[in-house]
Design a binder for this molecule. Structure first.
Ligand SMILES: [Ca+2]
Ligand SMILES: [Ca+2]
Ligand SMILES: [Ca+2]
Length: 472
């Protein structure tokens, strides 16, 4: 409170710079006691038309997810390696109001980089602050946050839902969306003041140097038939979002029973659109892909979590041209989810690893995967932790950020009962729990990081109507 416009502008510019540099990161968990062995057929048939809103053919009654046996992910499987994708739709123009697209005859359309790349087209990632930490959807924060000192605790006057760093004054501050549909700014000294509310997860964008709160659901119009709660992610000239809503997989644990039948990738340089259609009965169970350059060739890969009622969730990596790159084994039972968290060089020799939380509602297992040929091989696992509250649209309760000053990110996520934050370190031969940070109430928000070179800050909101802030 009491900050001047100049102060806010200065803070905003600093935040923009920080973000730009940073970007250049159940009731219805239904059981299926006998894992299906049927494979998803891989076809290369002619492209299907949009396969939206198909009824769930099984319509099984909801049953609680159990902690029953899980298929091992450590060994390549010869029987479950079939891909979920069968069709890639491509156009050479950005999608317009017309739903017609030029169908590609095979799953390997012309690479958008092969011959259409203008020589001098570079696209900077948009400056924004998001609940999923980076514009690419990769929950990987820059900087190092010191969690050793007692946190600052601020009374919010309501139950928090989302938290974002926001330059309330020259020392920073936070934007907190409340369950009541209102929102507050929290200044660096803990003062609160009313803030504008938006629909869905908030995003801070910078228009004319001024920070502005907008909805994460904006920019949907750039995509064909978007998932209602998808978030648009960005990596260089590429943008991507989940599309083709369908109710054919009635797991219903992410806030609704509508999931995505496809992921669409746009290239701002070439105008090319590529849509990767997931083969029925599978869906993409999530709200966005993660765009991440797993092989360091400058072009992102597209990480999604596919799932179905027979085999449950698996991680799948595609090329931006729709080609299959690698995938994990499925869990092995239907109605078992994975919450993909982020990607970073976490392996013992700095190998890139994908981090997720498997069955987060039932003793969640934190998993680390590496790409090995066309497989994602699990290198380490530990439990029980979680990064998602069942039925919540908040998939951002986990983040990768350095907490001990060695520049290697740790995993920060929730204890299984949401009563604490936990810090996990990927070690040479496994995973170590570095810290447990108790909360008065239960974790209710995303884990937000104010990424700063002189000491990052980490904040969460709790069911005790408080904002906890660590760092500096
Ligand atoms: Ca959904
Ligand atoms: Ca790549
Ligand atoms: Ca570290």
């Amino acid at each position: 409170m009491g900050s001047t416009t100049d102060q806010r502008r200065t803070a905003a510019i600093l935040l923009i710079l920080a973000v730009v540099f940073a970007s250049c990161s159940s009731a219805v968990d239904r059981s299926d006691a006998s894992p299906a062995t049927t494979l998803n057929p891989v076809t290369t048939a002619a492209p299907a038309t949009a396969s939206s809103n198909q009824a769930d053919p099984t319509s099984v009654a909801p049953a609680p997810e159990t902690t029953g046996s899980e298929a091992a992910d450590t060994a390549p499987s010869t029987t479950t390696a079939s891909a979920d994708t069968t069709v890639v739709r491509s156009t050479t123009e950005a999608p317009s109001a017309s739903p017609t697209t030029t169908a590609a005859p095979s799953p390997t359309p012309t690479s958008p980089l092969a011959d259409k790349q203008p020589e001098h087209c570079t696209v900077e990632p948009p400056a924004m602050v998001r609940t999923d930490v980076t514009a690419s959807g990769n929950r990987l924060a820059d900087g190092s946050v010191d969690l050793s000192a007692d946190p600052q605790v601020v009374d919010l006057g309501g139950t928090p839902v989302w938290v974002l760093p926001y330059p309330v004054d020259t020392d920073g501050g936070w934007y907190v969306a409340l369950q009541s549909g209102t929102a507050v700014f929290v200044g660096s000294r803990g003062t609160t003041s009313p803030a504008p509310a938006v629909d869905g997860p908030p995003v801070v964008v910078f228009e004319a140097d001024e920070p502005t709160i907008v909805s994460a659901y904006r920019q949907h119009e750039r995509f064909e038939n978007p998932l209602p709660d998808t978030r648009v992610v960005h990596f260089g000239e590429y943008s991507a979002a989940l599309v083709d809503p369908t109710d054919r997989y009635g797991h219903d644990v992410l806030g609704d029973d509508i999931e995505a039948g496809a992921v669409q990738i746009l290239n701002a340089c070439t105008g090319m659109s590529t849509t990767i259609v997931i083969d029925e009965p599978s869906v993409i169970e999530g709200i966005s892909p993660i765009l991440t350059d797993l092989d360091a060739d400058g072009v992102p890969e597209v990480l999604v979590t596919t799932s179905n009622d027979r085999q449950g969730a698996r991680l799948v990596v595609y090329g931006v041209d729709g080609s299959m790159v690698a995938q994990s084994n499925p869990i092995g039972s239907g109605y078992r989810w994975r919450n993909q968290m982020g990607v970073a060089p976490l392996g013992p020799n700095d190998e890139m690893e994908i981090v997720d939380v498997r069955i987060p509602h039932l003793g969640g297992v934190v998993e680390f995967f590496q790409v090995d040929a066309d497989r994602l091989i699990r290198m380490a696992r530990t439990d029980p932790y979680t990064s998602h509250r069942i039925d919540s649209p908040n998939l951002d309760m986990g983040v990768l950020v350095d907490t001990d000053g060695d520049t290697r990110p740790e995993v920060v996520l929730a204890a299984q009962n949401f009563g604490a934050l936990v810090v996990l370190e990927r070690t040479e031969d496994g995973i170590a729990e570095l810290a447990e940070l108790d909360l008065d109430g239960l974790l209710r928000t995303n884990i937000a990081v104010d990424q700063r070179t002189n000491g990052s800050l980490l904040a969460v909101g709790t069911s005790s109507d408080q904002l906890y802030i660590w760092g500096r």
